[in-house]
Design a protein around this ligand. Structure first.
Ligand code: SF4
Ligand code: SF4
Length: 116
C-alpha cells in the first residue's frame, strides 16, 4: 500500500472481522468497504480504501469484535519505517508501552521479526 499522508489510518484484522458492516455504516469519511475476499471463517471482512481516514476512532468503538480494528490517530506524524519479515516490505512501525524495544509493523500488527 502506498504511504498515505492522511491524519489517521485504520487496519482491519481480517481473521477477527465478522463482516457485520457496522464500521462501514458508521465511518463519517466513507473510507471502509466490504472486501470481496473471504477470511478463513467464511466472512467478507471490512477493508480500508487506503486514504482519507481522519483517525476519529468511531469504527473502533462501533465494532463488536475485540481486536478486529486498530486505528492510528496521528498516522501523518509516524515516520519510522522498517522491513517486516511477515509482509516482505517496508512499513511504518510503532512501539508499545509494554514492549518499548520491539517494533510492531503497522501493516500486519506483528513484531517485524519472528525472533522478537
Ligand atoms: S477512524 Fe474514523 S475515519 Fe478512520 S476508518 Fe475509522 S471511522 Fe472512518
Ligand atoms: S464492525 Fe468489526 S466485525 Fe463488523 S465489519 Fe467492521 S471490523 Fe468487521
Amino acid at each position: 500500500m502506498a504511504i498515505s499522508k492522511s491524519r489517521g489510518h485504520v487496519v482491519i484484522n481480517t481473521e477477527e472481522c465478522k463482516g457485520c458492516e457496522l464500521c462501514i455504516e458508521a465511518c463519517p469519511s466513507d473510507v471502509l468497504f466490504l472486501s470481496d475476499k473471504f477470511n478463513t471463517h467464511g466472512y467478507h471482512p471490512s477493508a480500508y480504501k487506503g486514504d482519507a481516514c481522519t483517525g476519529c476512532g468511531i469504527c473502533f468503538y462501533t465494532c463488536p469484535e475485540p481486536g478486529a480494528i486498530t486505528v492510528f490517530k496521528r498516522w501523518d506524524l509516524m515516520t519510522e519505517t522498517a522491513a517486516c519479515s511477515h509482509c516482505g516490505g517496508d512499513y511504518k512501525v510503532f512501539h508499545t508501552d509494554e514492549k518499548p524495544d520491539v517494533l510492531i509493523c503497522t501493516n500486519c500488527l506483528k513484531p517485524i521479526k519472528d525472533s522478537q
